[in-house]
Design a protein around this ligand. Structure first.
Ligand code: HEM
Length: 512
């Protein structure tokens, strides 16, 4: 017995020593490569953490912006957050190398805080992510995109009906109705189910999504809340779980409904002609059908896992599109010159008709497109992370395995070398002659490469249709001033205090 114990202790000690030596070797390699990168002064143990202590999320982004500016045109900059090496990327030429590397796909441990709520193509990493991504992109197949236009039009009309009830004197936050409309569209196109969130303001699903996102982001910024054992005992932790549970119950219900519907339809195969050639066609496979099919092939997958996979795409698409819509209306309200330009473009296209928009119309809304692009330059996701599993060689340095990359979309989108009015609303940035002057990776609102946004085309289509429906019916007013706007980062850079506008019914103009 004594010899066995001795043997076990010695083997354990040798393994620990080997692990430690290996760890130190990797660390030395990382520290050596990191020392070749420029970066602000470090303190022992905490590194650069003191720059960010006590900062709000917004201040964090501003500080990173300042550091990025200080090292602009040098190599990527390094930050030591305690033991963690974080490398900031600002340069289009570096984005190009990183986005075209198929091995840089992991988002790192911070994204795991989202995974209690949703775990699919947006939040996972590695091989698991690869499988989810393969399923997610089926939602954006070109055959389906044409059919989605019908849904966007239906929901756009429902939205304007709701907005017509607002008095022209009433200033209101337009993001809430836009979020409900966007969720109705995404759920209808992804699940084939009409959720009717627009006509049922008591359903908590949209608020639960928005508020739980804010809560998860708050947790990420408070390292002492990272351990589950602490977080779950706080009010924030309990409130987050309550909302996440409601989100799951709601989504599982939708999945069950779809399953029943498919069963019913399989018995009606002979009457296929009863269905129009739209999303009700029983032979048309929607995103949720692919998820359910994959779960049936992989025994043991629960409805909760299917719900969490689907939710990742719903969340990735809803906040982003609804916030972009909201900003567009705010800016059109603030910049009358641009509102007139877009109104004229829409009036010329529709000539007084309130017909639905078609795919062909979408390509003709060039001024609106410039405005969408400018809003996304200013307010897309401000940053994201990637974890390096192996060294990556750039032009003038090597980024070590084990480091986290902090991709500063915010910095490159406001870099005065590429934008004549970096901190203003200036849609002229997207005139063709100006686009051609910029390097390719200076504008990356949907990211690029293997982890780029699969819903970018879908998102732009839905935004154009919603905004057109609103602008055909209303003039927009907004009292905000650009310089006074304050931001709170969520998935996107959101406007603190909401998106306050007024809508004035307009008489549609016929172009003669
Ligand atoms: C204006 C609208 C949108 C913007 C600005 C936007 C932006 C982005 C960005 C920047 C990423 C990359 C994030 C990262 O690198 O960490 C992303 C990923 C993603 N987006 Fe979007 N998005 C929009 C619309 C949509 C829509 C409509 C959907 C779905 C209906 C969607 C689904 C996703 C998914 C699933 C991912 C994760 C992809 C992956 O990691 O493989 N997005 N989006």
């Amino acid at each position: 017995m004594g010899i066995v114990l001795e043997y076990l202790i010695i083997t354990t000690l040798i393994s620990l020593l080997a692990y430690f030596i290996n760890y130190k070797k990797k660390r030395r390699h990382m520290e050596m490569l990191a020392s070749e990168l420029p970066g602000p002064r470090c303190l022992p143990i905490i590194g650069n953490l003191f720059y960010f202590m006590g900062t709000s999320h917004t201040e964090f982004i501003e500080r990173i912006g300042e550091i990025g500016n200080a090292y602009r045109q040098q190599k990527p900059f390094r930050l030591w957050l305690g033991n963690e090496l974080v490398i900031g990327i600002n340069e289009p030429k570096d984005f190009e190398v990183l986005f075209s590397n198929p091995k840089i796909i992991d988002k790192g441990p911070l994204f795991s805080f989202f995974q209690d709520r949703s775990a699919g193509a947006f939040t996972t990493s590695g091989e698991v992510w690869r499988n989810y991504r393969r399923v997610a992109i089926k939602m954006f197949h070109s055959n389906l995109m044409e059919k989605y236009v019908v849904v966007f039009n239906e929901q756009g009309k429902e939205l304007t009906k709701y907005l017509s009830q607002k008095s022209p004197q009433e200033t209101f936050n337009v993001s809430a109705p836009l979020m409900r409309c966007t969720l109705d569209s995404i759920c209808r196109t992804a699940f084939g189910t009409n959720m009717e969130l627009q006509s049922n303001p008591d359903v908590t699903f949209p608020d639960d999504l928005t508020i739980s996102s804010e809560m998860i982001v708050e947790r990420i910024y408070k390292p002492w809340l990272h351990p589950d054992i602490v977080f779950n005992r706080t009010t924030l932790g309990r409130e987050t779980s309550k909302r996440v549970k409601r989100i799951h119950d709601f989504t599982i219900n939708v999945i069950k409904k779809r399953r029943t519907e498919i069963l019913k339809r399989s018995k009606m195969q002979d009457n296929e002609e009863d269905f129009e050639d739209d999303l009700r066609n029983p032979n048309l496979k929607l995103y949720i059908d692919y998820i359910m099919e994959a779960s049936e092939n992989k025994k043991g997958t629960s409805d909760l896992e299917c719900a969490k996979e689907a939710l990742d795409v719903i969340i990735g698409g809803a906040d982003t599109s609804a916030i972009t819509d909201s900003y567009i209306l705010v800016f059109l309200g603030m910049y009358k010159k641009w509102q007139d330009v877009v109104h004229k473009e829409i009036d010329e296209l529709f000539n007084g008709s309130d017909r639905d928009l078609t795919m062909a119309d979408l390509g003709r809304l060039e001024n609106l497109e410039m405005i969408i692009k400018e809003v996304l330059r200013l307010y897309t996701a401000p940053h994201t992370l990637r974890k390096l599993n192996e060294d990556v060689k750039l032009d003038d340095c090597t980024l070590p395995a084990g480091a986290s990359l902090y991709l500063c979309y915010y910095n490159v989108h406001r870099d005065p070398r590429f934008w004549t009015h970096p901190n203003d609303f200036h849609p002229e940035h997207f005139l063709p002659e100006n686009i051609s002057k910029r390097p390719k990776y200076s504008y990356i609102p949907f990211s690029y490469g293997p982890r780029s946004c699969p819903g970018s085309k879908y998102g732009i289509m839905s935004i154009k249709i919603m905004i057109c429906h609103i602008l055909r019916r209303f003039d927009v007013e907004c009292d905000l001033k650009f310089d006074e706007m304050k931001f709170k980062p969520g998935l996107m850079l959101e406007l603190e205090g909401g998106y306050p506008i007024r809508l004035i019914p307009r008489i549609q103009k016929t172009i003669t």
